[in-house]
Design a protein around this ligand. Sequence first.
Ligand SMILES: [Zn+2]
Length: 269
Amino acid sequence: MFTYLDPAVRKRLVDEGKLIRMDRDGNRLAPEEKTGGQAISMLGPIPLPLHLGDYEVTVDWYACVRNTELSKVEELADQLREQHTQKLFANLASSMAVNCVLLIGDPAAWSNPLIRVHSSCLTGDVFGSQRCECGPQLQLAIDTIANDPEGGMVVYMSGHEGRGIGLWAKAATYLLQDAGENTYQANRSLGLPDDSRDFSDAATLVRHFNGTGPFRLLTNNPKKIQDLAEHGLTDVIPVKHVIGVTDANRGYLKAKKSWGHKIDPDDIS
Ligand SMILES: [Zn+2]
């Protein structure tokens, strides 16, 4: 597991430039450079051959984690290694949010790439649940970026399940929704925010690959644009990203629309 890298392996990856750290503005740090704020560690590129419908595309996958989370886990991993208690390593892994970048094309050649910042959704992305439209949105994003002349990237935020409340609470909100509440009311019934997602790591990763230059963002969510702007990304053109509307999620999309998402009435009628 990469979190508990043997120091010799870690050194090799650092020497090869495949394990790097960046500051909150996305600037690469020297291997031993200290930071006051939270840095992000990133492993990659790792070629990932994807099969999308009727064609294949190979993207560069990067795994990214906050240094603060990583250092806590590494410290515990060292202790466990000394005690030879390997089976507890799985518990450490579960305490880390490892975000991902799927890179398509050459960032050095970008002038206005296409970007999707996607919040993880196990039920939609993996199981294909139609209670939301996350799965088709992710597929369409990769597909659209792969077919864009300039390319771009997907930033996959693994800690964003249920708009930041986690998978356990999300399961509870589904039960509340089935009892008549909408997706936002259900969060409030649990005493949780409508949307507690933190996009600062996503902004750091976008800045690492694209600086603060212009980009097109596949989203219907004005709050996402606002959040990225608060982290220095202001040159953003939103690109509408509506797909996967079914009878099972029409009510969910209507709630999102009334919450502020840019979804046309025709899209969900
Ligand atoms: Zn979803």
